[in-house]
Design a protein around this ligand. Sequence first.
Ligand SMILES: Cc1cc2nc3c(=O)[nH]c(=O)nc-3n(C[C@H](O)[C@H](O)[C@H](O)COP(=O)(O)OP(=O)(O)OC[C@H]3O[C@@H](n4cnc5c(N)ncnc54)[C@H](O)[C@@H]3O)c2cc1C
Length: 371
Amino acid sequence: MKFVLSDYHLAKKEEFRQFAEEEIDSGESYPRKNLQKAAKKGYMGLPVPKEWGGQGEDFLTYTLFIEELSRVCASTGVIIAVHTSVGTFPLLYYGTLQQKKSYLSGLARGELIGAFALTEERAGSDAASLNTTAKAVSSGYLLNGCKLFITSGGEADLYTVFATVDRNRGHKGICAFLVEKGMQGFVAGKPEKKMGLNRSSTTEIRMEDLHIPVSNRLGEEGEGFSIAMSLLDGGRIGIAAQGLGLARAGIEYTTAYLKKQQSAGNEPAESAAFTLAALATRLEAARLLVYRAAAVKESGGNCSKEASMAKYYSTDLAVEVAARCIDICGLSAARSTNPLTGYFCDAKATQIYEGTNQIQRIVVSRNLLEG
Ligand SMILES: Cc1cc2nc3c(=O)[nH]c(=O)nc-3n(C[C@H](O)[C@H](O)[C@H](O)COP(=O)(O)OP(=O)(O)OC[C@H]3O[C@@H](n4cnc5c(N)ncnc54)[C@H](O)[C@@H]3O)c2cc1C
């Protein structure tokens, strides 16, 4: 067992750090240019096999990328994390040859942006109770319903949408469908005004008598729920890596702040130094959880427990880092323009999506108690 990154992974991490610092802008609008730059480098499909237009990198390399990206711009981080894992992996893992030919290479090369549409008004954590319907009609299905808070809503080209063919069948009635942005009956709402991650467009999407050919159903009828859950395992590791990037950004900012104070003759209070030490230690612990989850996923094993542990530990830490660092930096951090307030707002959202951190604890405890 090795507790340090290999030379290969260290080199990739450095490559990603440089790319993020030099190429990624942290402006205010939807980061289209960032996505184009990432696509040019092949970073929109890092863990996708080369035969399908990706880079054939392992999952750890992908998590290193998301960490470096999120350290500089967490909005770009979540867009690419969602696009790669729950946006592209549906095709890679469950797509037919024809579906792969139609969409997978475009997604992996970043010519298409992928999205994942599961959440509804009364079906967030309890996704199995979703209400979007898929009525069988000649040559396909008619989809009706509304999804909420969809990352890259309106911007993405391809959506994996979950709908039920029969509510009475509970999660066994759920199917997954590949929905293109331009299809008749597909409507994206206005971007939500969120507390953080404001460059990532998050919208409702509505399906109004949207006709889907059978060839755009992903997997068999009734397999949609297990498809969604298995995709989220991988997705959560990416979000955990986002937590690492945000936590690191907060610690780095505060370390630089205290050093500046020191050089001006103001020694940091012992409590501030100890807080920083504790946060930096927990960041290393979080990193081990994330790398381990990535390794278990890469090995092909069931990574549910590891992914959930990594997701809640790392994103809870990101929130705590921002909050404690605001305490340490005092008044200077109370301005809304201070990066720490941005990290706090961005980090708060990472606790919620791809399963709230309460739900992650349920996954872990079920693994312990029922395993
Ligand atoms: C920025 C952002 C981007 C998002 N992007 C997407 C996306 O791309 N695609 C998508 O489908 N969804 C997306 N979501 C939605 C997100 O996945 C849901 O918000 C999340 O699953 C929680 O659902 P909910 O908000 O309905 O909360 P609820 O399920 O209503 O939960 C409310 C509270 O109750 C707690 N809770 C619920 N059930 C339990 C339980 N059994 N035990 C203990 N506590 C419980 C929850 O942890 C939470 O604190 C996004 C959300 C945000 C904020």
